[in-house]
Design a binder for this molecule. Sequence first.
Ligand code: AP5
Length: 197
Amino acid sequence: MIGLIFGPPGSGKGTQASRVEREFGMSHLSTGEILRSEVAHGSAVGKEAARIMAAGDLVSDDLIDRIVESRLSRIDPTSNVLLDGFPRTTEQAKALDAMLEPRTVDFVVSLDVPEALLIDRLLHRAAVEGRADDTREAIMERMREYHSRTASVLDHYREQVVSVLEVDGVGDVDAVFDRVRQAIKKLAASKPRARGI
Ligand code: AP5
């Protein structure tokens, strides 16, 4: 099974993905986490990405595609994978289709949270953790990028008749996870090849 966790900045993708990973035995691959680790290690990729990320912009499709392709090639091709933060543009979605062939994306969990709450969550994290891209300016740029380039990725999957599981992302983490779990279980019960998860 290949699943995507999708949503705007601060919608809880990373938080929920860790739980989905444990509950359904999926390998969690977060492009944001991979990039932050590259930045922390001062690698060539990290040096290329650091300034772009701190400004709240998207790094290039080409760089991200290469990172994901390399990570996927190290994962057992029969295993269940949950992608978090990728794809973020229609071009990345098309590149993922080519990487996965003959497999396909089986489901997308799409977290819905009002923008005012997203900003509150990220500003709160800024005060507690100080992530480089949680400044007010970078948060607003991340929101702009999401609306202009990422939100339409859902249309790519709807056109392919991939199950898009819309989940209300408001409420405490456990309540949101309950909804995510129910949505995935319902899908698994309805799809023969998803029954393994
Ligand atoms: P990425 O790390 O993916 O950041 P993001 O999409 O901006 O999302 P966040 O990590 O801020 O939020 P989230 O939705 O994961 O929520 P989280 O669980 O953390 O990407 C960072 C950057 O890397 C991008 O801006 C871009 O530059 C680059 N990048 C990454 N992928 C790329 C790609 N494919 N192409 C190009 N560039 C790419 O939660 C957020 C906060 O809210 C946390 O503090 C959490 O504790 C809290 N929280 C979560 N759930 C709840 C809840 N239910 N109630 C209250 N608080 C909650």
